[in-house]
Design a binder for this molecule. Sequence first.
Ligand code: GUN
Length: 293
Amino acid sequence: MTTVIDGKQVAASVIDAVKAASQTLQDETGIKTGLAVVIVGNDPASHAYVSAKSRMAKECGFTSVQHTLPEETTQEELAALVQTLNEDESLHGILVQLPLPKHLKSEPIIQSILPEKDVDGLHVVNAGKVATGDLDGGLVSCTPAGAMVFVRRTHGEDLSGLNAVVIGRSNLFGKPMAQLLLAANATVTIAHSRTKDLPAVCRGADILVAAVGRPQMVKADWVKPGATVIDVGINRIAAPERGEGKFRLVGDVAFAECAEVAEVITPVPGGVGPMTIAMLMANTVIAAYRKAG
Ligand code: GUN
C-alpha cells in the first residue's frame, strides 16, 4: 500500500512545538519572537503565501509585521526598509517574498538581510553553512528543511546506500535540498532541464524530489518501484470541470499514476507546502533563542 504523506498533519506537529518554544522563551526572558514579512507588487499567488505566513506567525504567538509595498517601489526604498528591519531589535526574522517585480534585483536585497535574521536561509552565509555541512550553526532554507522532515520520517537519519535524485537546481530549493541529502549520506544527483534522459536518471532514485515548476511532468515510468517521491511543485492549471475560468493546484508529479508505483508520495496541495510555513516559524523561533543567548 502506498503511503500518502499528510503534510498538514506533520506541519501541525512542528507548529505545536514552535508555539511551545516561543511561549517558553517569553515566560523565561520576556522576549516575544518577531517576524517581518515583506511583499512588493501585486502577484496574487505571492499575496496568498504572505498572508498565510503572517497569519501563522500570529498563531505561533509571534509579533507579526507585514510590509506591503507597491509595484513601483525602488531598489533604494526596499533596501532602506530591510535596513530598518535589520536594526529593529524586536524582530528576529525577516522574509522578503520572491519573486520581486522585474525591475528589482533580488540578490542584493537578500544579501543585505542580517544572516542571523535570514529565516529563509538564502543569505550566502546560511547557504554556505548548509553547503559545508554545518547544519546547526545557521538557518536552513525552509522548503528543503521541510522536505527533509518527510525523508527522515520515511528512511531515518542515515540515508547511506540510498540514491536520491533532485530535479531542479535553484538556490531556493534544489541546491540546498541536494546538500541536505548529501549531509545525510545519500548518493545525490541534481538533474535539471539540460539533463540527458531525465526519465532514466529518475528511475535510479530511491528518493525522487521534483522541483521544476512543470505541471505533472514526472510520470509513473520515471519512478522506481517502491521509491519515495517528494513533490515540491505548485502549479495552477485550468480546471474547466470546476467552472469557466477556474483553476486547480497540481505538483510537478503526475500524482495518481506515480502513487501506483511509489511506496511513499507527497500530495499537492497538502504535502510540502504546509511544511515550508512550519519550518519558517521554526527558523524564526530558533533565531529568537539565539539572540536571547
Ligand atoms: N517564493 C516562493 N517560495 C518562497 C520562499 O520560501 N521564500 C521566499 N522569500 N519567497 C518564496
